[in-house]
Structures are given as C-alpha cells and as structure tokens.
Ligand binder design. Structure first.
Ligand code: BTN
Length: 330
C-alpha cells in the first residue's frame, strides 16, 4: 500500500501548476489536516519545498536534489508486474545488497539504489568512488533464462541502452568504450558491473550494477580521477533532476532486459553500438591477463568480443580486457 507521503505526492504531481487543498488531502487520506501537515514535514525533510497559501492549499516549489523513492516510483513509466524498488541512504555496495536480497528470496526484477556506497566496486576489484549523493549508484536483479556465454553481450546491450537514454535525457552525445565505460567528451561518466551466480551451465541470477556521475561538481574527484572522470552536470552546465533521471533509467533498464531475454535485442544492437561506440577505427592498447596488445579496433563479433587488427594485419579477438586509447599522432 502506498504511504501517506506517496499519496500526497501523487496528488501534487498530478497537476503541478494547480493548488491542492489541505482539506482535500486530509479527506483523501482519511486523516486530520494536522496529520497532513506532519506528512508534508517529512517530505520537506526529504528535500521538497512547498508553496502554501491559506485559501488555496499547497503546490510543489522544488524537488529533492537527492534520491527519493516515492518520487522515483511516481515518475516511473515502465513498471513490470512484481517489480520492487529499494532506495537506501547508505550501503556497502548496491550490487552486494542486491545479491543479499536475492539470497533472501526477494522476487525479481528489483532495483537497489543508494545515495552513497561505502564499498562501491568497479571492475578488476577497483573502488568505485561513491560518496556523493548527487550521483547515481544502482543495481538491478534478474532471473534470466539465458546461457552464461551471453553475459558479455548483456552488459554491452545494457550499455548502449543507457547511452540512448542519456542522449534523450540530456541532448548530449554519450559514448561507450568497450566493454563497460560510459564516456562524455572522452572522460568517464559511468561504469557498469554485471555479476552472475551460475549453476551448472545456467545463470541462476544476475545483478547489473550501474554507477553514473550525474551532478557531482567539477573538482569533487580524488586526484587520481580528476583528469579521467566527469559528471553530466559538468558537461551540461546545470544540475539534472536526479529522481527523474533515475526513474527513466530504471524504466529503460527493465525494458532492455525484457528485450534481451526475448532475444529481440539483435534487431537494434548493431545500430546502437555503431552510434555510441568510441573505439571503432581507433588505435588502442588492450591489457589482458597481464599482457598488452596494440592494434586498431575493427568492431565486435557476434559474441561481443573486441576485434583488434595488429600491425601485421592479423585480427585478434578479445573477450575481456582493459582498453587504453592511444593519442592520435599529430
Ligand atoms: C567500472 O567501471 O569498473 C564499473 C563500475 C560499477 C559501479 C557500480 S555503482 C553501483 C554498483 N555497485 C557497485 O559496487 N558497483 C556498481
């Protein structure tokens, strides 16, 4: 059942320009006007500002700058049956929390979002800098009926969907750097970490983690990241509505999962990949298993492996690795 705050928000968001009277809200909730006022105090504490007029009632003047679960749920257009959303103040890692929830038997699909992570994780056991509630830390749990070999294409498919959504939301041109980096202007704004538990040759469950630098200010990065990381707001020059973006992303990821599970993603994957791929035709070096390989990127094969042509013209295939773009000769 929705909370009283949820119901109040729904009424206020239904016609944002109109006033909603305290009496109408009290009648809707079956509580006193004082109780309505107390619920609105809770919404204020979550970051809302309201205009209040004795004769007219209330309307929303400003929305929270940080994640607020009821608002995300109200803004979410895509909501498959059985979906649930968890929004936490702080957690070690949203991927780890999703794994714990799966182990405890929570029904999928569900998403775990947090305002902060104390042990945010990236690929290769790296730390994902996660102490700003202006950014997004999200994990999605699924029970896919697909073979483990398709995991690689799953992350790539999710990546292009995140790019497509960000392009629509910001009007900017996001890029994807194989296999899991989201870039703006050559700097990293997001990363993905897909983790699965595998039984015999089937995926038992799968967690897709996404970290996205949304509104953190320039200069907010630790020294080692300062040159490589960027937030969307640094590029757009103005803060984005984090809750609206979160709702749109949750919807897009849920739809993308369904398309993937149905095997329908192959119809659009190649086009989307070409649109956002930042590596094709570029000279790179790829670190894999302690060895460095240099070459020019030819694209991807059907399994999502990177194809790299070496200086002798031979094409090599890599299923994993870390790519560094070489500077173009001037
Ligand atoms: C990478 O670029 O190396 C992947 C970064 C993935 C970070 C996200 S933040 C939400 C989720 N929880 C984690 O601990 N990691 C992922």
């Amino acid at each position: 059942m929705p909370s009283a705050e949820h119901t109040i928000l729904r009424e206020l968001l239904a016609h944002p320009e109109k006033w909603v009277s305290g009496t109408a809200l009290a009648a809707k909730l079956g509580v006193s006007r004082v109780a309505v006022w107390q619920h609105m105090e809770k919404l204020r504490a979550a970051g809302f500002t309201f205009e209040a007029q004795r004769s007219h009632g209330y309307r929303i003047a400003a929305r929270p700058a940080t994640l607020f679960g009821p608002l995300i749920e109200l803004e979410q257009r895509v909501r498959p049956r059985g979906f649930s959303l968890i929004v936490l103040e702080s957690v070690d890692s949203t991927n780890d929390e999703a794994a714990r929830q799966l182990a405890a038997g929570r029904a999928t699909p569900f998403a775990v979002l947090a305002r902060r992570q104390t042990k945010g994780r990236g690929r290769f056991g790296r730390t994902w800098h996660s102490d700003s509630p202006a950014n997004l830390y999200a994990s999605f749990a699924f029970h896919p009926r697909v073979e483990p070999e398709r995991m690689q294409t799953f992350t790539l498919w999710m990546g292009v969907n995140v790019c497509a959504l960000l392009e629509k939301f910001t009007g900017l041109a996001p890029g994807i750097k194989w296999p899991n980096d989201i870039l703006f202007d050559g700097r990293k704004a997001g990363g993905m970490l897909t983790e699965a538990r595998i039984d015999a040759d089937r995926i038992r469950d799968l967690v897709f983690g996404l970290g996205l630098n949304v509104n953190s200010p320039a200069g907010g990065w630790p020294a080692d990241l300062a040159k490589r990381a960027v937030s969307l707001a640094e590029i757009t020059g103005a803060p984005l509505d984090l809750n609206r973006l979160a709702a749109a992303l949750v919807g897009r990821v849920l739809l993308a999962f369904q398309t993937f599970a149905d095997g329908e993603h192959l119809k659009t994957f190649a086009d989307l990949w070409h649109r956002h791929d930042v590596l094709r035709g570029k000279t790179i070096s790829l670190l894999e298993g302690g060895r460095r390989h240099a070459g020019t990127v030819q694209g991807l094969d059907d399994e999502g492996a990177l194809l790299l042509r070496d200086s002798h013209g031979k094409v090599h295939r890599f299923r994993a690795g870390e790519v560094t773009l070489e500077k173009a000769a001037s």
